[in-house]
Write a protein that binds this ligand. Structure first.
Ligand code: LLP
Length: 461
């Protein structure tokens, strides 16, 4: 099946789009083919968007992003009788618009740096639903998080001692700092090595062997509100079983804490649900995942004989990823007879570093010739001075030519957020599309932006 027919078929399988599971689709929910044979997203013709805003261009479909948020919130609500909270793991794509979309949909925000925190706050997120992660938060970041009333997910002893010091200097009328403990659960899952975090050999979180000392420390520091425990097993996970194993592990920690007199209330199971990048990918839907996780936590708490805690999860990729496509303009084409045909686009590893970093695969079509039969095998290269700057290897397109619009699907997560200015390429613009309207949410960088931080030393010989 070709990407174009697959894309169309996967959409037509859900004629009622209100039921479509976003992370199982290659394309955003609103994708359509128009009378010109062009691909549309959010009612906007991608060829026209490129004409108006230039390329490369990230195109974020508001409907798909919101649907994914709703599916998480509703999924936990339907299957978990206790309190629950979904956090948007903003590392997937942290900018004002994504943070605002997530918080308007009722999600809290997971941030992993002072910069992500600043952006979330400026987007209007409620600080009380912001959770601050990271394996090496600075003193300044910790102080900033506490001052704003965010929850800190403590990762190591240095942080705990700093948090205790900060808490000791707070005035008695200030609310107690809210701190959650992150542990490495020792759970392995099948994903790329760089995005696995649950195994014991990880830079993140406390080793479970530290539990007795951690609990003693917590009991000795009542000036901190010890809200609960957190663990995250990795990203782009298609299996459900590891999440059940995680629920059992977290519940066991919870009941240990309860036996020692610590009153934990929150149970944060991290994120990690995968999405479909290529036809062969088959992730569970958000609804299946939330049901599984909710039931796992309920069962685990039942067997540990503890009351249901507040259940928190923090998905990133499965919310942002499927909502977005990147439109490029094809430039050069190089045919090496008997070997390979390369086409080059006007972006590459600077706007999507995932293929070169994780050998990630994507699906693409020609957005200006969506109905034509893909009959040519090509490799899509970026424009960077680096042989490994290949975005898609050996894909089928309808004999692509310079000037065609190449549209790569599923680029909303870990693309813009990991983008760079390698070779001094300017970072692309992003538009939010809805019902035929496109709004710029990230301006295209200019050459002047590239020099914003540069200082030419005076007096150079
Ligand atoms: N919570 C924590 C503590 C995390 O470390 C992460 C992702 C998430 C939640 C969100 O996970 P998600 O739902 O997005 O899978 N750059 C890599 C992915 C790194 C994931 C980092 N942590 C990639 O492009 O595949």
């Amino acid at each position: 099946m070709t990407p174009a027919t697959l894309a169309t078929q996967s959409l037509s399988a859900f004629p009622d789009l209100s039921q479509a599971p976003t992370n199982q689709q290659l394309l955003p929910l609103t994708a359509e083919t128009n009378a010109q044979g062009h691909l549309e997203v959010g009612g906007c013709d991608l060829v026209e968007l490129v004409a108006q805003f230039g390329s490369p261009l990230y195109v974020l479909d508001e409907e798909t992003f919101r649907r994914a948020c709703r599916d998480y919130v509703q999924g936990l609500h339907d299957h978990y009788p206790g309190e629950s909270l979904v956090l948007y793991a903003s590392k997937a794509w942290n900018c004002l618009a994504t943070c605002a979309l997530a918080s308007r949909a009722g999600l809290g925000i997971d941030v992993a740096s002072g910069g992500e925190l600043y952006t979330a706050l400026m987007a209007g997120a409620n600080p009380e639903t912001i959770y601050f992660h990271g394996n090496n938060k600075s003193l300044q970041e910790l102080a900033q998080a506490l001052e704003m009333g965010c929850t800190v997910v403590a990762d190591n002893w240095l942080e705990l001692t700093r948090l205790a010091e900060l808490a000791a200097h707070q005035s008695p009328d200030q609310p107690k700092p809210r701190v959650m403990l992150r542990l490495t659960p020792g759970i392995e899952c099948h994903t790329h090595d760089y995005i696995r975090t649950g195994q014991l050999d990880s830079k993140f979180g406390f080793d479970p062997q530290a539990l007795p000392d951690l609990f003693t420390f917590a009991l000795e520091h009542p000036q901190i509100d010890w809200v609960g425990v957190h663990a995250h097993i990795g990203s782009q996970i298609f299996e459900l079983q590891p999440h059940q194993d995680l629920a059992n592990t977290l519940a066991a920690w919870f009941s240990k804490a309860a036996r020692l007199g610590l009153n934990f209330q929150e149970f944060n199971v991290g994120g990690g649900l995968g999405m479909r990048y290529v036809e062969a990918d088959n992730p569970p839907s958000i609804r299946q995942w939330t049901k599984w996780v909710a039931n796992s936590v309920i069962q685990a708490c039942r067997s540990e004989n503890i009351p249901l805690p507040k259940l928190i999860c923090e998905p990133g990729r499965s919310i942002a990823g499927p909502s977005t496509v990147t439109a490029y303009t094809i430039g050069t084409r190089k045919d090496i007879p008997g070997i390979r045909t390369y086409i080059a686009v006007d972006g590459g590893m600077s706007d999507n570093p995932r293929p070169i970093t994780y050998q990630a695969q994507y699906t693409a079509v020609l957005g200006n010739r969506i109905l034509e039969t893909p009959d040519t095998t090509v490799t899509v290269a970026g424009k960077h001075c680096e042989s490994g700057d290949i975005l898609l290897k050996d894909i089928q397109l309808p004999n692509p030519q310079p000037g065609d619009t190449l549209v790569v699907f599923g680029t909303g997560a870990y693309n813009y957020s990991m983008a760079s200015n390698y070779n001094r390429l300017t970072r692309p613009a992003a538009v939010l599309v809805k019902e035929g309207n496109a709004t710029v949410i990230l301006k295209r960088e200019t050459y002047a932006d590239l020099l914003r931080q540069d200082v030419l030393p005076s007096g150079l010989a």
